[in-house]
Design a protein around this ligand. Structure first.
Ligand code: ZN
Length: 170
């Protein structure tokens, strides 16, 4: 994909890197999962570890295996991109700040962890992103994030989650 490159990182496996400069607010790429095969969790559990790590929830208890550039993006508590989910299958990735060629692109996993909102099951991952305001753990529930972060990122959630949770935020 233009302007992007997948490379090994020092600590986090593979990552997605900018191969050109991006301006704050610029659309970096579109992401469309609608043509991928939809699988149930029990089917996913039979796949390789690599494939399992690239599974994304797409609603109605189904998942897709996604090896698009987006799926190589690592988490950061101070991300330089944000994923604007048009729907659970289609999203756009924007630069949250000016990004220089060679920088790793990151986003905040908690913002796209929509499966947990449906399933009501929480997951927690230790975070070693190393940013100044690292939360130390990544939770799968957007609504467990600090209120300040929720307010900042609410507009990027998929429309159906917004409708469901509008009242909760206010
Ligand atoms: Zn962190």
């Amino acid at each position: 994909m233009r302007g992007l490159i997948i490379k090994r990182t020092s600590k986090k496996g593979k990552g997605l890197f900018a191969n050109k400069n991006f301006k704050k607010g610029e659309l970096i790429f579109h992401h469309d999962k609608s043509k991928l095969k939809k699988l149930f969790l029990k089917e996913i559990s039979k796949l390789s570890k690599e494939k399992q790590e690239h599974s994304d929830y797409v609603g109605n208890e189904k998942y897709v295996i996604d090896f698009y550039p987006c799926s190589y993006m690592n988490h950061s508590c101070s991300p330089n991109t944000v994923i604007n989910m048009k729907s659970i299958l289609k999203s756009e990735v924007y630069a949250l700040k000016d990004i220089k060629k060679g920088e790793e692109l990151t986003h905040d996993y908690s913002l796209t962890a929509v499966d947990q909102i449906d399933n009501k099951k929480g997951w927690v991952m230790k975070c070693r992103c190393g940013s100044k305001n690292c939360r130390k753990k990544i939770t799968g529930d957007f609504f467990k994030l600090p209120k300040k972060i929720q307010r900042k990122y609410f507009k990027y959630l998929p429309p159906y989650i917004k409708r469901k949770y509008k009242k909760r935020l206010i």
